[in-house]
Design a protein around this ligand. Structure first.
Ligand code: TMP
Length: 208
């Protein structure tokens, strides 16, 4: 059996990481072979890149450099985690996946969407996740959630204004519209448990 590749997408504060964790635990409870990773930062090189791209607020790459580094992280994740897992029949759940660059570097920063698509395809050998869960939420609600968090978990992109987050959200919705078979939109305002149930239902129906 080939392994499944499942990604979670959404703006900061959408609840993606919580839902990725819940899904991981759900599969584990069923004794499924499953791995949880993230973009950026799921690999050794990715961890170094995450520091430059997300954590260190004083480092500000040019938009194109930023894109190249996200694509480098993506390629590392694909080659070192996703591709081997697919071959071994292991499920990979990724907290963010291939769609972040169109949303953030394209719609957010204004880089050309076709150029980003070409680079992302190169990074993943033209492969796409089997299922992408897009947790959609209004940026104003997400911003309030982030404000309640401990400051240590604030990253470079969380500090961007609501109009940036709004463009990023449009970017994710654009991808969902272009690829409706893969990208499934769920309501990020729902409580954690209801959302988890919705996600399980989607995964079950997609697998069948
Ligand atoms: P997070 O994993 O804690 O959500 O942080 C990752 C940040 O990186 C997030 O704010 C969105 C941003 N990002 C991009 O700008 N482009 C990308 O391609 C990806 C995967 C993430």
């Amino acid at each position: 059996m080939m392994g499944l590749w499942i990604t979670f997408e959404g703006i900061g504060g959408s609840g993606k990481s919580t839902q990725a964790d819940f899904l991981y635990e759900y599969f584990k409870k069923q004794s499924m072979n499953v791995v949880l990773t993230k973009e950026p930062g799921g690999t050794v090189i990715g961890g170094l890149l995450r520091n430059i791209l997300v954590i260190n607020l004083d480092v500000k790459p040019e938009s194109l450099s930023e894109l190249f580094l996200f694509e480098a992280d993506r390629h590392e994740t694909f080659k070192k985690i996703v591709e081997p897992n697919i071959k071994e029949g292991i499920i990979t759940i990724s907290d963010r996946g291939i769609d972040g660059s169109i949303a953030y570097q394209g719609f957010g920063r204004g880089l050309d969407i076709n150029m980003i698509s070409t680079l992302t395809n190169l990074a993943t050998d033209n492969k796409k996740p089997d299922i992408t869960i897009l947790i959609d939420i209004e940026p104003e609600i997400a911003e309030k959630r982030i404000a309640l968090r401990d400051n240590k978990t604030m990253d470079k992109f969380d500090l961007e204004k609501v109009d940036f987050q709004s463009r990023v959200r449009d970017g994710f919705l654009y991808t969902a519209e272009k690829d409706p078979n893969r990208v499934k939109i769920v309501d990020g305002t729902k409580d954690v448990q209801s959302l988890h149930k919705d996600i399980i239902q989607i995964i079950d129906s997609q697998i069948k």
